[in-house]
Design a protein around this ligand. Structure first.
Ligand SMILES: O=C(O)[C@H](O)COP(=O)(O)O
Length: 215
């Protein structure tokens, strides 16, 4: 049975500053680097064969640290990028006008085809994330991939595997460097398809690696 590990990147400067990242980028903080090291320590004995990351800098850096621990390389897949948040990217969450907050809510509340101007809908995000995950089924038999992606992107993937709407990602807490796992179940007796084994596990992060919300 194919097991796929899903890791959100380590904390970044803009995560810490409460700025919207989307497909814009900011570097990992020292805490973010430590979180990635702790993921590496946790998964180094899991037999990971491929580390596949979104092509944004924060996921690439996190993936390099994890891949070093696992002794494998990193490949990039743009389908694993965060939701494109259009004209609100780089903005402080606390600085949005009423109109801007309304645009953000179109996405958060699951308005059909809702998007921030110049951004992407949750449906579009869901389709490309599922395509990125499905690509793992083409890896050689016995592969055990680990994907490094983003908060909304991974939340959307896990929610929709569960049969929930994409915006149900708001009900999942996928913290920086949390680990989730989905398996491709082929048993005829059980429903074939992706199954969520774990979501948002942070038991490998010690206190210095936790963010404010986690303490
Ligand atoms: O700011 C964002 O884009 C999201 O809320 C979180 O994205 P991230 O997982 O890339 O930090």
């Amino acid at each position: 049975m194919l097991q796929v590990y899903l890791v959100r990147h380590g904390e970044t400067q803009w995560n810490a500053e409460r700025r919207i990242q989307g497909q814009s980028d900011s570097p990992l903080t020292a805490k973010g680097e430590l979180q990635a090291v702790q993921v590496g320590e946790r998964v180094r004995t899991y037999g990971i064969t491929h580390v596949i990351a979104s092509d944004l800098g924060r996921t690439q850096r996190t993936a390099e640290i994890i891949a070093d621990a696992c002794g494998c390389g990193v490949t990039l897949d743009a389908r694993l990028r965060e939701l494109d948040m259009g004209i609100l990217e780089q903005r402080h969450l606390d600085s949005l006008s009423a109109q801007e907050e309304e645009w953000r809510r179109l996405v958060v509340n699951g308005t059909p085809n809702g998007r921030i101007p110049e951004g992407e809908s949750m449906q579009e995000l869901s389709e490309r994330m599922h395509a990125g995950l499905a690509a793992c089924l083409n890896l050689p038999a016995g592969s055990r991939p680990l994907l490094v992606s983003h908060g909304i992107a991974l939340g959307c993937l896990v929610s929709t595997i569960l049969g929930l709407p994409a915006h149900a990602e708001r009900r999942l807490r996928l913290r920086n460097c949390s680990i989730s796992r989905v398996d491709y179940q082929e048993s005829l007796w059980l429903a074939p398809g992706w199954v969520v084994e774990t979501a948002g596990d942070i038991s490998h992060l010690d206190t210095p690696a936790l963010d404010e919300l986690q303490r």
